[in-house]
Ligand binder design. Structure first.
Ligand SMILES: Nc1nc2c(ncn2[C@@H]2O[C@H](COP(=O)(O)OP(=O)(O)OP(=O)(O)O)[C@@H](O)[C@H]2O)c(=O)[nH]1
Ligand SMILES: [Mg+2]
Ligand SMILES: [Zn+2]
Length: 291
């Protein structure tokens, strides 16, 4: 009999598959290469000579190489008032998520300390990204966060010290830091393979993916001319730009609705400035690789 489950941990040739509230240790069937099976994969397993074997890997919705993980549903981008958010990181993480078909969600933590970022975050992002204002300390709105995470595989990302571990440990009911996270920190040398693992509690699944914090924009799988496509806040107005291919970049303001809206403070000016910076970086990268 075949069972369907999700790979939640991988160590060399051993795989741990979560099936019906049990974690079962498996080996891949001879014809399947271990390197072709990722944490996050949905697999069929069957019992063969008292040993569970992975028979088949189901089609993936997405796959990340660094950190190695498949079928990620959501990227939880955590910010806080202290340390102050670097919104460039937020914008890059949103782009990263969209380019892989992962839903970005913004969590504004440490509401007990200050609500100083709430207004800006709402103005700039709430039209296209779900935002949850929480406190890991007082547990404010943790119910809402749990609801969003239920039955999904999510990864947490964001600057250091915003409270990712505090939130994850609370959600997973762990008192100490995640084992996996510690090991990634220790093994952060250049050539070590990144560990990835999915931790779960009830129906919340969290991928330990410490590699997201320092996202390099050069890794964004986007060509500069595709950039406008990944800005839902701009897309809703782009039919009002003179040219359907408007990049909202070199076009003069009379021809670009986005520039006009930014100029009228209807769209966030600083997010637009970051858009220009990212555009420029991607354009330079494109020129370098395409001459
Ligand atoms: N006041 C307050 N402090 C918090 C809250 N959440 C986390 N902290 C504190 O913020 C500090 C950093 O939290 P961590 O969870 O370690 O942050 P992190 O995002 O995991 O940081 P890195 O692992 O370095 O990426 C710790 O001292 C926490 O106790 C919160 O909601 N309110
Ligand atoms: Mg941490
Ligand atoms: Zn335009």
């Amino acid at each position: 009999m075949e069972l369907k489950g999700r790979v939640v941990k991988k160590l060399a040739d051993d795989f741990w598959v979560y099936v019906n509230n049990n974690t079962i240790k498996c080996k891949p069937r001879g014809s399947l290469k271990s390197s072709g099976i990722y944490v996050g994969d949905i697999v069929d397993i069957s019992l063969q000579n008292n040993l569970y074997v992975i028979e088949k890997v189901h089609e993936r919705t997405n796959i990340l190489i660094r950190p190695p993980i498949a079928n990620l549903d959501q990227l939880i981008i955590v910010i806080s008032s202290v340390p102050k958010p670097d919104y460039m990181i937020v914008d890059k993480l949103i782009l990263f998520a969209y380019s892989y078909g992962i839903t970005p969600i913004i969590v504004v933590n440490k509401q007990d300390l200050s609500e100083s970022e709430n207004k800006y975050v709402s103005f700039s992002y709430e039209k296209f990204v779900k935002i949850i204002f929480v406190s890991a300390k007082t547990k404010k709105n943790i119910g809402e966060l749990k609801e969003i995470l239920t039955n999904k595989v999510s990864a947490f990302a964001g600057q250091s010290a915003v409270g990712k571990s505090a939130l994850i440990n609370m959600l997973l009911k762990k008192e100490t830091a995640l084992e996996g996270e510690l090991s990634t920190k220790i093994n952060r040398g250049k050539n070590t393979t990144r560990h990835s693992e999915i931790y779960f509690h009830e129906n919340i699944m969290i991928a330990d993916t410490s590699g997201f914090t320092s996202l390099d924009e050069k890794l964004l799988p986007i060509a500069y001319y595709e950039l406008p496509y990944y800005y839902p806040d701009y897309n809703q107005f782009k039919s009002e730009c003179k040219y359907s291919s408007c990049m909202h970049y070199n076009e003069p303001m009379v021809d670009c609705k986005i520039k006009q809206l930014v100029n009228d403070n209807k769209l966030d000016k600083s997010r637009y400035e970051r858009y220009r910076k990212i555009y420029k970086i991607l354009e330079e990268k494109w020129v370098k690789t395409h001459g």
